[in-house]
Design a protein around this ligand. Structure first.
Ligand SMILES: [Zn+2]
Ligand SMILES: [Zn+2]
Length: 676
């Protein structure tokens, strides 16, 4: 039999002519043995032939068994014989796709260990997940924590044996017979469901362990260099409680111990910053079972921070030409019909309540209220732009069980504003909104953010409200402003709401996590629904353009992000208690009063710990509350009119005159500094 050659296209643009049946590993070796050793799997992309889309993956059960789009890149083992022309990418450990592969291979290692220790166990399936992998097992006896430890130990043996993962095929009917005979009800189900009669079924073998699996896998078990068994959970087979209960073992895996350590350190750091934990520990807020889920109670210390946030926001609004308004929490259903919320937003609203004159609903948004204020008196072009701002409480229905601390709630406060302007004013208004958003982020201590511009799908104009001219003008203005400011952004075509394009600003916190907060959103729909008007210079009636914008987004959510960003150690200007006073003994109570008064007169927030406690206990309590400054004083300080200053996060203590300390603290507050 003569061998045919195939063309393998490499990422550098070169093409290798190799005999059919050559493997990616052989090609890698021909390039460099080092590359071969670093490769995990190969990514193949067809270069010829018509794309043949096949059935979509069944996500709920086992997407990995399902057929794929034939034109899409697919990952294969390094040992897979190449049979036709293809593009070939060698996937090394640095490629994010490689992580999923090693995690799936770790799931096989787990199953290998479980069967060696508990041969009576029946196998379900074991996919990789975003954070690791799991494998479902059926065994009458529950696994104990000791069992899990033994399994992890056995896994290390399987890894040390460095067994190659071998891809094998067997006739479907014969495979099913075998699974049925062994009582492997889950494998029987998967093979029946995900393979075609008469086909060859794909298996992976390592040592004596064999599993029904599409792959791909790392070359051998030895490549699973870092792994951990994490937890055990129960799940009914196919999610049906009439079915047997499975035991799902969770784990995670990495290519190196270092990467795994970093992963756990990140998780620990995120847990340390969890705003729900800190909220309790620092007495900032609570959620009360008796009142209901997703409803936030701001305790005095949290409320102090909120007051500072809100004061800052209102002052900035006034400086920037906004007018403040207040509007009700409920309105007649008729209003929500006019605004359209009754139609497209009803599922997100609290159910209506009947009063004697009409049905009412809690407001999910402030927009219609601001529109009513706008409409209350005739407007001329000289009045525009009109900018109404409100810290408005809105209520939205979130399914029970989906609430999460301050981040996902049923009642929250938007720092909401609506700008009504002429088309010619769009660009300057957008520029001002972006400036304002940047000021919010910088003031509250965020230096990095990402911007997305959501535009329409130009091929689908029928589904968008508003004229072409307005859409074009709005998108061009958003575009121009971002370009002029030199702000990098990503355009998201087709991501705009039907009523207008928008800019989303996502801030990046200290852990590199992205948070969607500020939005500047155009609206060509509501001005039409409410028949908004202004009289133009030409004496004619025109429809104003409307912009919704929120910068904190939600005060609750922004606060949650702040707590996590600072790990509760707020900058001085935001700290609910800025200075803790520790008189060394009761003898110093008079001096304590004097210090407290001086600080309060200077506008600082002070708390004196006058308890008859040891000095160190008092210092520790203030430190646990992450108080920025702790002032300690005894005979010496009283005599000299000084204070001993302990600064949060610093070990050295300094002695300052009372006036000196006050001047320093006041300057830091005034500059909204994040340092102490
Ligand atoms: Zn598998
Ligand atoms: Zn709005």
């Amino acid at each position: 039999m003569s061998t045919q050659n195939i063309a393998v296209h490499l990422p550098d643009g070169s093409v290798k002519e190799v005999p059919q049946g050559t493997t990616p590993l052989e090609i890698a070796n021909s390039i460099s043995p080092r590359l071969a050793a670093a490769s995990v799997v190969a990514r193949l992309t067809p270069v010829t032939g018509a794309a043949q889309a096949t059935a979509a993956a069944d996500e709920s059960e086992a997407g990995m068994y399902a057929a794929q789009d034939a034109a899409a890149p697919r990952l294969v083992d390094l040992a897979t014989p190449l049979m036709e022309d293809t593009k070939l990418d060698l996937v090394t450990e640095k490629d994010p796709d490689a992580l999923k592969v090693v995690r799936h291979s770790a799931a096989h290692v787990l199953a290998t260990a479980v069967l060696e220790l508990f041969p009576e166990t029946k196998l379900g399936h074991g996919p990789a997940t975003d954070a690791g992998f799991f494998y479902d097992f059926y065994r009458e006896k529950p696994f104990t924590p000791e069992d899990l430890a033994a399994i992890e130990k056995k896994m290390a043996e399987v890894v040390a044996r460095d067994e190659p993962f071998m891809h094998e095929f067997a006739p479907r009917e014969k495979s099913l017979e075998g699974f049925e005979k062994d009582g492997d009800f889950m494998k029987t189900h998967f093979v029946t469901k995900f393979t075609l009669p008469g086909s060859e079924v794909s298996f992976y073998r390592n040592g004596n362990f064999i599993d029904f699996c599409r792959g791909p896998h790392v070359p051998s078990t030895g490549r699973v260099k870092a792994f951990k068994v994490l937890s055990l959970a129960g799940a009914y087979w196919l999610g049906d409680e009439k079915n047997p209960q499975l035991q799902r073992i969770y784990g995670t895996a990495f290519f190196s111990k270092k990467e795994m350590d970093e992963h756990f350190a990140r998780l620990e750091e995120a847990a340390r910053r969890d705003h729900r934990v800190l909220g309790k520990q620092l007495e900032l807020f609570s959620i009360q079972e008796l009142a209901g889920a997703g409803l936030i109670f701001w305790h005095p210390k949290g409320a102090m921070i909120r007051k500072i946030m809100e004061d800052w926001m209102r002052e900035e609004c006034l400086k920037r030409g906004y007018q403040l308004v207040y509007t009700p929490h409920v309105a007649r259903v008729n209003l929500w019909q006019t605004s359209g919320h009754e139609g497209f937003y009803a599922n997100n609203m609290f159910t209506p309540m009947e009063l004697d004159d009409a049905m009412y609903r809690m407001k999910p948004m402030n927009c219609p209220f601001h529109i009513l204020i706008y409409k209350n008196s005739p407007k001329s072009y000289r009045d525009l732009p009109v900018r109404y701002a409100e810290l408005g409480n809105v209520y939205r229905y979130e399914r029970s069980g989906t609430m999460h601390g301050l981040l996902r709630v049923r009642g929250f406060t938007q720092d909401d504003a609506h700008i009504f302007c002429m088309p010619s004013q769009i660009e300057s208004e957008v520029a001002a909104c972006i400036d304002f958003a940047e000021a919010v982020l910088h003031t509250f201590g965020f230096t990095e953010f990402k911007v997305e511009l959501s535009t329409w799908d130009p091929n689908d104009r029928a589904h968008y409200a508003g004229s072409n001219e307005n859409w074009d003008l709005a998108i061009r203005s958003l575009d121009n402003v971002l370009k002029q400011k030199g702000i990098p952004y990503k355009t998201m075509p087709g991501e705009a709401a039907f009523y207008g394009p928008k800019i989303d600003i996502k801030l990046v916190d200290v852990l590199g996590r992205l948070w969607q907060l500020s939005t500047v959103q155009f609206d060509f729909n509501l001005p039409a629904r409410f028949e908004l008007e202004y009289v133009g210079e030409d004496g004619e009636r025109h429809q104003p353009v409307m912009v919704h914008r929120a910068l904190f987004g939600s005060v609750e959510r922004f606060f949650g992000v702040l707590i996590e960003h600072y790990a509760g150690a707020f900058p001085l200007w935001l700290a609910p208690v800025q200075v803790g006073l520790v008189p060394i003994s009761e003898r110093h109570a008079v001096y304590a009063e004097k210090v407290e008064k001086a600080l309060k007169d200077a506008g600082l927030r002070v708390e004196t710990d006058a308890r008859n406690e040891k000095m160190n206990a008092k210092i520790r309590d203030f430190a646990l509350q992450k108080t920025p400054y702790i002032l300690v004083f005894g005979d010496k300080e009283e005599g000299a009119g000084t204070v001993n200053v302990r600064t949060r996060g610093k070990t050295e203590q300094v002695s300052l005159s009372l006036d000196g300390f006050i001047a320093k603290a006041k300057a830091l507050v005034a500059s909204q500094s994040t340092g102490l």
